[in-house]
Design a protein around this ligand. Structure first.
Ligand code: HEM
Ligand code: SF4
Length: 552
């Protein structure tokens, strides 16, 4: 993984000192609330319902066990003994004390972590495939490109005060596991017939109150031009993006208003201007970055016969092997997902003790590194297949072997009304009710792949528009209700879900989902996923089932 050089470390250390000074001055009444706001946001600090919420970057989801242990320590000493992994491959503390935040940042800096640009109207942490570098369907490893983007975007002098927040996602594989089509910019890395890297750039995707699927604005870009092209795109956004209305300030609104074709033309002109005066990325720099992401020291192993392996274990192990273990580029190795979706805990929450245990296991089984996924799960990316039974045993003992990756109970869920001041409804208790209702693993495995996403308000932090089932918290005369949509997906053929009808009370929702499932189970073709059945059938049969004949 990328290791800071002296220069990186100095930048991060200096930022801690600056923020310590800013916080002292704010607490002493020397700077106002309004003056402090952009300063704290650019250091990942929101003031929330009950306490500040601190967002810490995990660049492109890659984290070492040393960093995981530091998070455990910080959460024990400065917070309530747990952390929350988010849908943007970040990690959040829900209860830090403002006066202690500079100390937390100083602790983080000792393990090369920070909260720079995790909030505010700037370029946020770049996200990518959680299987980057190991995915069997990978064409180009996105991690060096993410790191180049991180270094380019950090403290970029032109883009510190954009019209609104800006999110970039990178994908380098057949399947898009980074939801690039719903990001401000999506970067698709691919190879041409000669094996040279070429890049497609998408812009104008986003969720929130106006969900939009991004449009391709550039095809076959030479990789040396990536940063120049990103510069050009950001400049057009910075120049024309609306600053008069924060609900219309995201790039998606600009691209829609201009049309993707006109926006692309503007970027192209700007890019040609930039190219005349700026150096392209040098091949030596690209190569240098790639050396930070070389393959681990894999043993020369052969792939095991999984049918045979499964037969040696319990039915629980067999389910986990099928559901939570993914193919790897290297023969004899697999990637393992730990779903952070135990019924009693909020999705994405992990206790300090669990973090320590997880770090110990990652040291033992997966080269001391982990990945954080935007599904709010953790991944051991490099596990020798022969050690899978032993790893399962250890995870099962810790309650971290729930075999539900990608199933209905692997709920993606925002903090909602339990923490967030913007919420219309609580998300976490609904996730728990759904998990309790659908405990039967046979039923869950029969339903198969299903993304269920719950957002507590239209800001869509849990990506509900692109959940196969998306649930949105709404306020009806001061009461918490939930609107349900189906047919959303986040891959390369992303689609936005459609609302099935009037909203429901929380206690009604699990049974409504069961009704939706019954339509699917009756009408699916052999091997067809819920999302495909729902797109094929359209809303009508689902509405009829839930609201009766009239509703259709
Ligand atoms: C609790 C404090 C939070 C606040 C105040 C907050 C606020 C917002 C707002 C205002 C938006 C909409 C932006 C727009 O459309 O212009 C948004 C979007 C988003 N937030 Fe949050 N959020 C919070 C927590 C989170 C958490 C915990 C996560 C991850 C689990 C998250 C991930 C996202 C994502 C992925 C979007 C996607 C929509 C997009 O940017 O296109 N947020 N958030
Ligand atoms: S979706 Fe709304 S309620 Fe949920 S975290 Fe985002 S802003 Fe808060």
């Amino acid at each position: 993984m990328y290791i800071y050089d002296e220069y990186d470390q100095r930048i991060v250390d200096e930022r801690v000192d600056q923020f310590r000074d800013q916080t002292h001055r704010y607490l002493a009444g020397e700077i106002t609330e309004d003056e402090f706001l952009p300063l704290r946001l650019q250091n990942g600090l929101y003031i929330q319902r009950f306490a500040p919420m601190m967002r810490i970057a995990i660049p492109y989801g890659l984290i070492s066990t040393r960093q995981v242990r530091k998070l455990a320590d910080i959460s024990r000493h400065y917070d309530k003994g747990y952390v929350h992994f988010t849908t943007r491959q970040n990690v959040q503390l829900n209860w830090p004390r403002l006066e202690e935040v500079p100390d937390i940042l100083a602790e983080l800096a000792t393990v090369q972590m920070h909260a720079i640009q995790t909030s505010g109207a700037c370029i946020r942490s770049t996200t990518t495939d959680h299987f980057a570098g190991v995915a069997a369907d990978e064409v180009v490893d996105p991690r060096p490109w993410c790191e180049l983007i991180r270094q380019w975007s950090t403290f970029h002098p032109e883009f510190a005060f954009l019209p609104r927040k800006f999110k970039i996602a990178v994908c380098g594989s057949g399947e898009d596991r980074a939801a690039t089509l719903v990001h401000d910019i999506g970067v698709h890395l691919q190879k041409d017939g000669q094996g040279k890297i070429r890049i497609n750039v998408l812009a104008g995707g986003g969720l929130g109150r106006t969900p939009v699927i991004g449009a391709v604005i550039k095809e076959d870009l030479e990789p040396e031009q990536l940063l120049n092209y990103l510069d050009a795109t950001l400049r057009i956004y910075n120049r024309y993006g609306r600053r008069d209305n924060k609900y219309k300030a995201r790039i998606k609104i600009l691209v829609k208003a201009m049309t993707p074709e006109v926006f692309a033309r503007e970027v192209e002109t700007e890019w040609h201007r930039i190219k005349k005066n700026s150096q392209p990325l040098s091949l030596s720099e690209i190569k240098r970055m790639a050396t930070h992401f070389t393959k681990h020291d894999y043993d020369p192993l052969s792939d095991l016969d999984f049918n045979h392996l499964a037969l040696q274990g319990s039915p629980e192990f067999q389910r986990w092997l099928k559901q939570n273990v993914s193919a790897h580029q290297q023969t004899g190795y697999s990637a393992v997902t730990l779903t952070l979706k135990a019924t009693s805990d909020a999705p994405g929450d992990v206790s300090a003790e669990q973090l320590d245990d997880i770090a110990n296991l990652a040291d033992r089984f997966s080269f001391g590194e982990l990945r954080v996924s935007h599904e709010q799960n953790l991944i051991f990316a490099d596990v020798p297949q022969a050690q899978l039974p032993e790893l399962w045993q250890a995870l099962d003992t810790l309650g971290l072997a729930t075999p539900n990756r990608g199933l209905l109970t692997d709920v993606i869920c925002c903090p909602g009304g339990d923490y967030c001041a913007l919420a219309n409804a609580r998300s976490i208790p609904l996730a728990e009710e759904i998990q309790r209702y659908f405990e039967d693993l046979d039923y869950l495995h029969d339903i198969g792949e299903l993304d269920l996403n719950i957002s507590g308000c239209m800001n869509a932090c849990a990506h509900h528009h692109v959940g196969h089932i998306g649930i949105l918290g709404v306020d009806r005369k001061g009461e918490e209700y939930y609107q349900i949509q189906i047919g959303g997906s986040a891959g390369k053929t992303a689609s936005l879900g459609k609302i099935i009808g009037p909203s429901f009370k929380r206690e009604e929702v699990p049974d409504i989902i069961r009704q939706l499932m019954s339509v699917y189970l009756e009408q699916r073709y052999e091997g067809e996923r819920f999302i495909d059945t729902s797109l094929r059938l359209g809303l009508t049969p689902f509405k009829e089932k839930v609201y009766g004949q009239k509703a259709a």
